[in-house]
Design a protein around this ligand. Sequence first.
Ligand SMILES: [Zn+2]
Length: 61
Amino acid sequence: MMVKVVIVFLCFIAVIAFIGRALFPSALPKVLQKRRGPPRCPRCGRYLIGRETCDCKGRAK
Ligand SMILES: [Zn+2]
């Protein structure tokens, strides 16, 4: 019984998160957002303008 409640609750949260992400992508924390604007190095945070890799070998995918 308790397990069922937990599963339903998790499903509910997942649905809410899915809908929220679809409707309000900008409301998400930056970590969860898809990359927008100028690409930045995921390691050092430097902007990677005109290039794909950073000096620190990080990739700005
Ligand atoms: Zn870097």
